[in-house]
Design a protein around this ligand. Structure first.
Ligand code: ZN
Length: 295
């Protein structure tokens, strides 16, 4: 679906989650800009024949960079922390924990074939506070890490909204299944959005334009982290102490969607990231790779 927010700003929306696509923002001004490159079919049709001066990539996940190799933008910018996974298959597999947790190399290739991974060429960095002036429209980069180390949002001060990319307000809650993910960073990123109080949010997945109850939606999204935390602590209390045992309780996903092998890997890493956070917070003690509640 195509939503014109103003004469110069258009949202290309995919109203439900479907890999490898996402909601994107198009800016048509003295210069043109696209934020993320995986719009659904009608968005792809919309972009045909429109030259792209600046392609701003919110982060390195494939469902935000999927069409970058085809779009031939003059500049492709991404936060340096996410460039390795966007620029090489090895970097992607590394970030998704395959080298650490999946010994069978055939599965690495099968995963990359299934997601149709293609590396992209990043031509420059995005960083906190960077301002892009397209002529009339201005965009400020907000480094909002946690979902990935280089995850960025984009603030449109004049129009008073933030494109929050994968801080997407989904009922599932934040996803942190990469080795560079961080719960502390995620919580801080969500607090930043709450403190900014934007008039509305454009999210990277699902319903794109969120105007109703933005603070309540952000808090509900954040609170899914605490609900998972409670389930992890319950699981340890019931006598599960290794990462493997805890992940088998599915405190994050509760029910694995297909393909279950892949989502079990995400479950593992998200539980690992969460346990690291709980150890830092002294809510959990780790001894010889076993997790306990403090005495
Ligand atoms: Zn993502």
């Amino acid at each position: 679906m195509i939503h014109r927010l103003s004469r110069r700003i258009t949202v290309l929306e995919l109203p439900r989650f479907q890999f490898p696509y996402c909601n994107c923002v198009w800016i048509e001004d003295d210069r043109t800009g696209l934020i993320d490159s995986s719009p659904p079919d009608d968005g792809q049709e919309f972009l045909k024949g429109r030259p792209i001066d600046l392609l701003l990539q919110s982060h390195g996940h494939l469902d935000h960079c999927f069409l970058t190799p085809d779009l031939k933008a003059s500049q492709v910018l991404m936060h340096p922390a996410d460039q390795p996974m966007a620029e090489s298959a090895d970097g992607y597999l590394q970030e998704f924990g395959f080298n650490l947790l999946v010994p069978d190399k055939h599965l690495h290739q099968r995963y990359m074939d299934a997601i149709r991974y293609r590396p992209i060429q990043v031509t420059g960095p995005l960083y906190e506070g960077q301002v892009f002036d397209f002529g009339h429209v201005q965009v400020q980069v907000m480094h909002l890490p946690g979902h990935s180390a280089g995850h960025c949002g984009f603030f449109f001060p004049e129009q008073d909204f933030v494109f929050t990319a994968d801080l997407d307000l989904s009922p599932f809650g934040p996803w942190y299944g990469n080795l560079s993910c961080s719960i502390a960073d995620l919580l801080a990123s969500i607090e930043r959005l709450l403190a900014l109080k934007p008039g509305f949010i454009v999210s990277g997945h699902g319903q794109a334009i969120v105007k109703e109850q933005v603070p309540a939606r952000l808090k509900a999204y954040r609170d899914t982290i605490f609900q998972r935390e409670k389930r992890i602590l319950d699981c340890i209390r019931r006598g599960h102490h290794t990462l493997r045992e805890i992940a088998r309780c599915l405190p994050t996903y509760q029910k694995l969607p297909p393909p279950q092998q892949v989502f079990l890997l995400y479950e593992y890493i998200m539980d690992m990231i969460h346990l690291n956070y709980l150890v830092d917070q002294q809510q959990v003690v780790c001894d010889n790779q076993r997790y306990y509640l403090p005495a």
